[in-house]
Design a protein around this ligand. Sequence first.
Ligand SMILES: CC(C)(COP(=O)(O)OP(=O)(O)OC[C@H]1O[C@@H](n2cnc3c(N)ncnc32)[C@H](O)[C@@H]1OP(=O)(O)O)[C@@H](O)C(=O)NCCC(=O)NCCS
Length: 127
Amino acid sequence: MDLVTQHLVQPDDLNYHNNLFGGKMLSWIDEGMAMFAMMKIQYTNIVTVSMDNVVFRSPARAGDIIQIYGKIIKTGKSSVTVKTLAITNNPQTGKLGEVIESEISYVCLDERGKPYFHFRNFKIPVK
Ligand SMILES: CC(C)(COP(=O)(O)OP(=O)(O)OC[C@H]1O[C@@H](n2cnc3c(N)ncnc32)[C@H](O)[C@@H]1OP(=O)(O)O)[C@@H](O)C(=O)NCCC(=O)NCCS
């Protein structure tokens, strides 16, 4: 998987139990993976249609670095599905923890907001 993006957990990102707020984490994953998909498919008018199997496996705390990894696993006619893994990496202790593993689907839209069959004419270049 490619390293897609990283975030330092700061005090403003915490809930009142001093763990990373889950909604913040989902927003980092969704935004990072959407940009990753846009770059890979060379198309930017996409929307998130689903995030599957979102399970928060361990908490993240202030000072942890959240590293978000991803890869494209499937394309359809208008949709692209990515697999993502978010881990915590504490730079002082080196301790790693898995936070979320999920599959996210994005749909390409046309100018009227309807699904656009981008993958009829586009194949993701192999590295
Ligand atoms: C995404 C959206 C345009 C799909 O519209 P739709 O009428 O359901 O379209 P279709 O049923 O023709 O499906 C279009 C594609 O989406 C895929 N899709 C639809 N629902 C899906 C789901 N729950 N999970 C994964 N893929 C899905 C279909 O498989 C299809 O893929 P393909 O073209 O590669 O075969 C529409 O649901 C939408 O606008 N949703 C809101 C998106 C949004 O606002 N996201 C931000 C949320 S905060």
